[in-house]
Structures are given as C-alpha cells and as structure tokens.
Design a protein around this ligand. Structure first.
Ligand code: CA
Length: 241
C-alpha cells in the first residue's frame, strides 16, 4: 500500500504536544495499512480522521490532556502517484526541476489574511500572530481534512516541515538550500533555521527525493511503481531545542 511519510507538530504544552503528535502518527499509520480500500486517497483521508479520533478520545479521557492537539501532514507514494493528507500549519513542498511549490495550504490566521489580500506571504511569515492555527487534530470530534493527488516525475523532491522551519526561512531560502545541498538538504535546512531564530521552536524536516528507479528510466514516461524497484532516498532530521 505504498510508502507513507508523516510530520505532526503537537501543541498544548510540551508533554501534551508530544503525546498528541505521537498518538496521531501511530494511529494514522496503523489505520492506513489496515484499510483494504483500493481507493488510496479515501483511505488516507480516513486514516487522518482516525488520528483525530485517537487524540480527541485521549484528551477527553484524561483531564490532564485536555486542550492537546496536533497538526499533521502525510504523504503516500504509490504506483507513480503522491497522495497527501493535511491539517494545520505543517507544510508539504514539492521541488520539481528548479521550481519550488507548496502543495498544502496552511490552516492559519495569517494564511486567511494572505488569501484575502491583506498580507503578503512575507508579511505573514513575520507576523506576530503567525502561530495562530485555525484547524488541528484532536480538539474536536471530527476535523476537515485536505487531501490531494499528483503524478510523480523523475527527480521530484518532497519536503515536509514544521513551522519551526518555515517561519524562519522564506520559500526563496528553502529553494536555495534545496537546490544546492544534495543529500545534506535536511541538515542544512535545520541549521539555517537555527541561525535565523536561535531556536525558540522545535524544527522537523522530512525530505524525500525520487531516484530514477522510482519513476522509470531516462525520465521519459512512467514505469509501474513496484515495491522492489521503488525506494526513494529519504533523509529526516529532527532538532529539539
Ligand atoms: Ca511548532
């Protein structure tokens, strides 16, 4: 059922945030791989909803856990396609050739102001209310989940980041580091964010690059995506400050 990568950024205090993000990731993975539905996008959507349910139940069951929640951004690579599920202000970026794009949309106050034309993206990144997240997992019995699907191409690089990274680095800085760093990209991104910030927030980066075997030889057309010949290069780097 493909390869699943996920970043979740917990909130509600350090201990509760850690519990919320751990519960969400575990229940997402278990639910996704246990689901027999051949519609993978629907299956991923259900798995994110199950993650919401797991965090919400735990928050309701124990008064000490009330108010905990987590963002979550997950990607699934299967048979020449990437599927994603997303809630909150963690982000999914795709680097294709020299073009960096965000495939997820932040569920945050400042993103709403950008959409209305009140703020530019650069003003949003520096705004004092930039941490106000409008939608997270675990704070209500159900949650609205964004999902998407895209076709993979040779050399595609996917980046999952927490706000500890993308609040400190502009998309142009992320682009510059990704295009010049090769397999050191995740370490360099975290180091650059730490230099900007001094590290008030935790920083998580998951970086996935598709090699030739994942999408077919010579970069022309698509070979079928099989488990035996489809191992993307993966690097993950986590800095807790
Ligand atoms: Ca954070």
């Amino acid at each position: 059922r493909g390869l699943l990568y996920v970043v979740a950024d917990g909130m509600g205090g350090a201990a509760k945030g850690e519990l919320a993000s751990r519960l969400a990731v575990r229940s997402l993975v278990e639910r996704y791989y246990a689901d027999p539905d051949p519609d993978l996008r629907a299956s991923l959507w259900r798995a994110v909803r199950a993650a919401n349910d797991a965090v919400y139940r735990q928050a309701q069951a124990n008064p000490a856990n009330q108010g905990m929640g987590t963002t979550l951004t997950a990607i699934l690579l299967h048979d020449g396609k990437i599927y994603f599920g997303h809630v909150g202000d963690t982000r999914l970026y795709r680097m294709r050739g020299q073009r960096l794009e965000r495939l997820s949309r932040d569920h945050s106050l400042v993103q709403e102001l950008v959409d209305r034309g009140t703020l530019t993206p650069e003003q949003a990144r520096l705004h004092p209310e930039r941490n106000r997240v409008q939608r997270v997992l675990g704070t209500g019995p159900t949650v609205e989940v964004d999902t998407g699907v895209e076709t993979l191409a040779l050399g595609d690089t996917f980046l999952l980041t927490t706000d500890g990274l993308h609040n400190e680095l502009s998309d142009a800085q992320i682009h510059g580091i990704l295009s010049s760093s090769g397999s050191q990209a995740s370490e360099r991104l975290v180091q650059a964010a730490l230099r900007e910030s001094g590290g008030p927030d935790n920083i998580t980066v998951v970086w996935v690059r598709l090699g030739p075997s994942a999408v077919g030889s010579g970069g022309r057309g698509h070979k079928s995506w099989g488990e035996r010949d489809a191992y993307p290069v993966v690097a993950a780097f986590l800095a807790l400050v």
